[in-house]
Design a protein around this ligand. Structure first.
Ligand code: SF4
Length: 348
């Protein structure tokens, strides 16, 4: 029999208020449920002990919790862990946990697959299989074995967060609200290729940090790497993030994957400086790691350092991001693509 119950985990306070009103329960029950779900982190409705037994019974009849553990984990020798979550119909999403000395970051997915078609991305080869709900996005955090150690969250896993804007915004609301996880927006970064006008709505409604995937300052070259450049040109994206809504207190950064012999010349550095035109931001250089059946190549460490120097000479704050988990299926989408092909689930 198909379970037709609604899912409780991932509802905003407003949505919980509507649900308890529909059940004829007092509206303060919504805040109680939210506290149990997000702050106290219980696994079952029975554990919500300040709610009356009859109300709990009604809730259990109508709702399932919607919490589930990862089905597989790969552990790198550098401490990175890649978790696989089975969402539905043999589909998988990945979350990567990256512990460091002073912080621990989790990279979460917002979609199953992706339809943006970036040439360097394994997730793109899956196409879009579906959007995650806010609950499915948050479950990657809530059901992480190391959740108590987490300090930072990046929306940088499978999928384009702004292509699933409403569920992404709901998950951010629950993460940052006092009724939810109560996390500082300063510790959350949403990474996007810059879909318009979703980007403008995100900037209006969220104060979380923003990371824009740049990868080339030249329109034609960026379009070759990221076909969505045609519909969402970098010039218009830069205009959008110069507005007052973008400014506030959020941190803006640019992600720049370096491909051997493609996008790390002095001309590239000069053009990046020109288009950013003194903007207060940081550039994160990421070293591309070759993927199966993909002609793009891995740059050397020296290539990375030379390009960093070229950017810094232009006054741009530039960091080389450490490559993590190279001994496991580290590239985003690699593990889930394998699983999609195998359609096999192993447990750990
Ligand atoms: S890089 Fe991001 S936006 Fe581009 S195809 Fe991959 S998941 Fe989608």
């Amino acid at each position: 029999m198909v379970d037709t119950k609604k899912i409780l985990f991932g509802l905003t306070l407003q949505e919980l208020k509507q649900e308890v009103t529909d059940l004829g329960l007092p509206s303060y029950t919504a805040a109680q449920i939210a506290q149990w779900l997000y702050s106290k982190g219980v696994d079952t409705v029975e554990q919500m002990t300040n709610i009356s037994l009859s109300a709990r019974n009604m809730l259990q009849e109508r709702f399932a919790m919607g919490l589930y553990a990862p089905t597989q984990v790969q552990v790198s020798k550098d401490g990175t862990k890649k978790y696989l979550f089975a969402v539905s119909q043999g589909r998988f999403v990945e979350a990567a946990y990256m512990p460091e000395t002073s912080r621990s970051t989790l990279c979460v997915s917002t979609q199953v697959g992706c339809r943006m078609g970036c040439r360097f991305c394994m997730t793109a080869t899956q196409g879009l299989q579906g959007n995650l709900t806010a609950g499915e996005i948050l479950n990657q955090i809530r059901s992480l074995p190391e959740r108590q150690t987490l300090t930072n969250i990046v929306y940088m896993g499978m999928g384009e967060p702004l292509d699933n804007l409403q569920e992404t915004l709901k998950s951010l609301e629950i993460l940052t609200s006092s009724y939810g996880f109560g996390m500082s927006a300063k510790r959350i970064t949403v990474s996007t290729i810059g879909l318009l006008p979703a980007l403008e709505e995100f900037l209006q409604k969220s104060t979380c940090n923003l990371a824009i995937s740049l990868h080339s300052p030249f329109d034609s070259e960026r379009q070759e790497l990221m076909p969505m450049q045609k519909a969402h040109p970098i010039k218009e994206i830069l205009e959008a993030i110069k507005t007052p809504a973008a400014d506030r207190t959020r941190r803006i950064s640019f992600e720049y994957i370096v491909f051997k012999g493609v996008n790390h010349s002095r001309t590239h550095a000069n053009e990046i400086a020109r288009i950013l035109n003194g903007m207060k931001c940081r550039i994160n250089l990421l070293r591309y790691h070759s993927l199966p059946n993909n002609p793009l190549q891995t740059p050397t460490e020296e290539d990375m350092q030379v390009f960093q120097q070229l950017l810094e000479q232009k006054g741009l704050i530039t960091t080389i991001r450490k490559s993590r988990g190279q001994d496991i299926d580290a590239a985003c989408g690699l593990l889930s693509t394998k699983m999609l092909k195998n359609k096999t689930l192993n447990t750990f």
